[in-house]
Write a protein that binds this ligand. Structure first.
Ligand code: DAH
Length: 343
């Protein structure tokens, strides 16, 4: 077999043997199959310079190897999932003497879930794919890949929970952990939304929670500008609220966008007059946004002189408050059925 392919094969199988969990497996998959910089894809480029029989032979061998590697990856994934399931079943104890719970009337969705589903629908109608992502993730995707190196002060405001004995893993502090992962998975151009649960090392008070939900989206293409950014966000909000929403931009700093902004929307509850929901200012701080930093695009393996992008991320709580005209943030998380039953 061609020596280059042989080397890749050996390297792949050696690394595969050492894999212990799904995150490591995903990393390995990226190392070999990421669209732009995966080792296997690099090899495919060699094909271009070959001719005749050599080209044919190399093509066949490379393809066979690719199929074999993909099969092994899938098998390994299944094996890891089985192991996890096995240990979960072992841990579960069923107490057959436990009294049966009384049957209550059927439940319904939490207002934030409703808002989330509506946002997903609007995003899909605008051509975005909607993806889920891991809540436990690597330091790389949560920070490093987003231009937030180890010593960066932005780590303070996004402090999160780390896993004992695994300093390279953490509970994601934002869904931005999906930016580089999605670019590696789907390549460019890309339109993607990725909502989900996020975690912060916060003391809980009236407006801070250690666990909450975010909705984020990005667009990567050619010549993306701030006009696109504002237009897309306004359209999404219009889809959610069924009305035009007035917005304003303020400069804001996020290491993964340049320039970065904070966007406020005119309060839909008091129409700008001032109420509890907008802290009596008439405007609600709605989201962070900006044009994707070239380092993020380069980090995902793309040429930032050719590819540009926009990204924006927001918490679902404020969106739900505006949608359902709730002016006290504590009510949403209260678990108070008298309140929640209204929605
Ligand atoms: N990830 C940021 C946070 O959790 C929010 C954010 C800001 C997302 C700017 C973005 C962005 O996509 O462009 O605070």
């Amino acid at each position: 077999m061609n020596s280059q392919l042989g080397k890749i094969k050996q390297e792949f199988f050696k690394s595969l043997e050492e894999i212990k969990d799904v995150l490591q497996l995903e990393k390995l998959e990226n190392e070999f199959f990421s669209r732009k910089s995966g080792k296997m894809n690099e090899v495919m480029k060699v094909l271009k310079d070959l001719v005749g029989e050599a080209r044919k032979e190399f093509g066949i061998l490379a393809n066979e190897l690719k199929i074999e590697m993909e099969k092994k990856l899938a098998e390994k994934k299944q094996e890891l999932n089985q192991e996890k399931l096995g240990s979960l079943i072992q841990e579960e104890e069923i107490d057959v003497t436990e009294p049966k719970l009384p049957i209550h009337e059927g439940g319904h969705l939490h207002p934030e879930t409703k808002v989330l589903w509506e946002m997903e629908d609007v995003a899909r109608s605008m051509g975005f794919i909607v993806e889920d992502g891991p809540e436990l993730d690597s330091d790389y995707y949560c920070f490093e890949a987003l231009n937030i190196p180890k010593t960066h002060p932005a780590r303070d405001s996004q402090d999160t929970f780390y896993i004992k004995d695994h300093p390279e893993w953490c509970m994601r502090p934002h869904v931005s952990n999906m930016q580089v992962r999605l670019l590696q998975k789907y390549g460019v151009p890309l339109r993607a939304a990725y909502p989900g649960r996020v975690f912060r090392n916060e003391a809980t008070d009236a407006s801070h929670e250690h666990t909450f939900y975010q909705f984020e989206a990005l667009v990567v293409g050619k010549d993306i500008n701030i006009g696109h950014l504002v237009g897309i966000i306004k359209e999404l909000l219009r889809g959610l609220y069924n009305t035009d929403v007035e917005v304003r931009l303020r400069p804001g700093y996020f290491p993964f966008v340049e320039p970065g902004f904070e966007m406020d929307m005119k309060c839909l509850i008091c129409h700008g007059v001032g109420c509890g929901a907008c802290k009596h200012s008439g405007w609600v701080e709605t989201l962070g946004c900006g044009l994707m930093h070239p380092k993020v695009i380069e980090g995902a393996g793309f040429d930032s002189k050719v590819w540009t992008g926009l990204a924006f991320g927001m918490g679902l709580t404020r969106l739900a408050m505006q949608k359902y005209k709730i002016d006290n943030i504590r009510l949403l998380q209260s678990g108070d059925l008298n309140f929640l039953k209204q929605f």
